[in-house]
Write a protein that binds this ligand. Structure first.
Ligand SMILES: Nc1ncnc2c1ncn2[C@@H]1O[C@H](COP(=O)(O)OP(=O)(O)OP(=O)(O)O)[C@@H](O)[C@H]1O
Ligand SMILES: [Mg+2]
Length: 323
């Protein structure tokens, strides 16, 4: 972040209070996982983009995800028309672009929640064309949603458990009450509780998800995504609607994923957030990838700035429609 002044106080308070197990950030939305200790999170892939060509579709040293000629049409509208995009393993890649650029649709196509009209996607060098989302989770890819999908009438803990591997919803709910599943259930619960702890959400474990604030839902969704131990985590606007103190915490959690060797692709409108945590930026507009580069290069790219940042560079990238 270029300006951390807003969050300094809360970060210190959170750290100071952490020994009691009560986190002040929780009052403001929970999950205030000590921002202070997250300041120096290592970046294991530092410098890996130094020799990468800053053009759409450019090759990366070690690619985890490759999409080619991916097209999705809705009636007469071509929402996604991506010629080629290649994602570096272990890096944090930001996908930016104005509202309606096709970012969420592209995420849906990459994660098996929607099928492209044309094109191919490879995960770790293997085609995942036509593979359903729950099967992709078993192959190491998970995503979160722009609009959170927590089940409001289940507890936070049960929402977490639903994120576990090989457990499609209904079957799992039945299994919860079947003795044969108890051993596995204990393991799943332990894992869920450990993740809630990591995200400083333990105090909310038994609350209905419906009672969470928007920011807390974002945290639970990120925590739940980790239940499958994914190698690739795709986050659609993870910070949207989250208060500033909690945003700092979420940014720390995202950097932590990279420190663990995971790959992150995230959609974001706030350029300060993008510059703070991403190693590489992919810019989408009208369904196409129009630019790629380091955050600094993208922020300084006059075409991108003119077209996508405009006067909103310190707030968000939202485009205003001309009346
Ligand atoms: N299911 C659908 N049916 C018809 N049109 C759709 C559908 N989903 C998306 N679109 C259209 O496709 C285009 C891309 O939408 P998408 O939600 O992918 O954009 P986005 O980049 O995620 O925008 P935002 O930043 O607002 O989230 C938009 O014009 C949208 O209206
Ligand atoms: Mg979207």
């Amino acid at each position: 972040m270029t300006d951390n002044s807003d969050s300094t106080d809360s970060a210190e308070l959170e750290q100071g209070d952490s020994s009691s197990g009560i986190v002040l950030g929780a009052t403001a939305g929970g999950g205030g996982a000590g921002s202070a200790e997250m300041v120096n999170i290592p970046n294991p892939i530092e410098g890996i983009f130094d020799n990468v060509d800053p053009t759409p579709g450019s090759k990366k040293p070690d690619e985890i995800l490759v999409a080619k000629n991916v097209v999705r049409r809705f009636g007469g509208l071509t929402a996604v028309d991506v010629a080629e995009v290649r994602i570096q393993r272990g890096a944090i890649t930001a996908l930016i672009g104005p509202n309606g650029a096709g970012k969420t649709t592209f995420f849906n196509l990459l994660t098996g929640f929607d099928a492209p009209d044309e094109g191919h996607v490879e995960l770790n060098g293997t085609s995942i064309d036509g593979v359903a989302s729950h099967k992709l989770a078993a192959r190491g890819m998970v995503r979160t949603f722009q609009l959170t999908k927590a089940l409001s009438k289940l507890t936070v803990l049960d929402n977490m458990k639903l994120g576990a591997k090989d457990q499609p919803g209904e079957k799992f709910l039945t299994a919860l009450f079947t003795p044969a599943w108890r051993g596995r259930e204990n393991k799943v619960e332990a894992q869920a509780r450990a993740l809630l702890d990591r995200f400083n959400m333990t105090h909310m474990a038994d609350e209905f998800a419906g009672t969470l604030s928007g920011g807390q839902r974002k945290l639970v969704e990120m925590a739940r995504a980790l239940m499958t131990e994914p190698e690739l985590v795709m986050l659609d606007e993870p910070m949207a609607g989250v208060n500033p103190a909690l945003t700092q915490s979420l940014l720390g959690h995202v950097k932590q994923l990279r420190a663990e060797g995971r790959t992150v692709i995230f959609v974001e409108h706030d350029m300060d957030v993008v510059r703070d945590i991403s190693d590489w930026v992919v810019v989408m507009a009208e369904g196409k990838i129009i630019a790629e580069g380091t955050p600094d290069a993208i922020a300084a790219n006059q075409a991108v700035v003119d077209a996508y940042l405009g006067s909103h560079h310190d707030t968000d990238l939202t485009f205003e429609e001309e009346e």
